[in-house]
Design a protein. Structure first.
Length: 235
């Protein structure tokens, strides 16, 4: 296993650990191929259901994928923006899980050859498993993947101090991955860039969780006010 490739990428990204590019000490490491296993995913949803006292498989699968997709995408996206391509293939990836089974970091053990093609293969395999485990349609999960891609590139751009360059990679990358992945979108509010989400994580369906600030289910005017407030606190 080659760990030096991702270590070189992480060295170029300030705050790499917080972005999930460095495995935290004590976290359990599992092969990312498990994420394409519907049975394993169903067991993860059961654990999540116990935490939230919910048996709604569709909601649990959506919430699970919202966090898992961000973690799985991070190494390849970080490699892309730093010019040191990392493989997005599940077979080349290890995921670190917190005690409750929440994905927190991912490590790619090989250089990347075709970022868009590898992402297409990985997303298709995992979306299929999550849709099966959650007894739901795959299309909403592809929308979540688009938002995760946008969010990860935005976070990497902020860390590097190159928001516009890095977020500018989102649309062409998604187009190269191809349908059914929607095009990522951004919106600038009060001088701060945010992801303009095309998906809902459904976390609000697990009380006492509220609607997210940028949730597309919020009225547009309300969302704008909340984003303006967030922007003011970020400046």
């Amino acid at each position: 296993m080659r760990t030096g490739d991702q270590a070189a990428v992480a060295a170029r990204v300030p705050g790499a650990a917080a972005l999930g590019l460095l495995a935290p000490p004590g976290a359990a490491a599992v092969p990312a191929t498990l994420f394409a296993d519907a049975g394993w995913t169903a067991r993860r949803l059961a654990v999540l259901g116990e935490r939230y006292a919910s048996g709604d498989r569709r909601v649990l699968a959506t919430v699970w994928w919202y966090s898992a997709s961000s973690v799985l995408l991070t190494p390849a996206l970080a490699g892309l923006v730093t010019g040191l391509p990392l493989s997005a293939r599940l077979a080349d990836t290890t995921v670190s899980l917190l005690g409750g089974g929440t994905p927190v970091a991912a490590t790619s053990s090989a250089p990347g050859a075709d970022t868009a093609g590898e992402l297409r293969e990985t997303l298709a395999a995992v979306v299929d498993a999550v849709a099966t485990a959650g007894e739901m349609r795959p299309r909403p999960l592809w929308a979540i993947a688009a938002d995760s891609l946008a969010n990860r590139l935005l976070a990497l751009g902020r860390a590097l101090g190159e928001e516009h360059r890095v977020t500018g990679l989102a649309a062409p990358l998604a187009a190269a991955v191809g349908a059914p992945l929607p095009g990522p979108r951004y919106v600038d509010v009060a001088g701060v860039r945010f992801t303009r989400r095309v998906s809902c994580c459904l976390l609000y369906r697990l009380p006492p969780e509220p609607l997210c600030t940028s949730c597309p289910r919020r009225p547009a005017a309300e969302r704008e006010v909340l984003l303006e407030d967030t922007a003011a606190r970020m400046r």
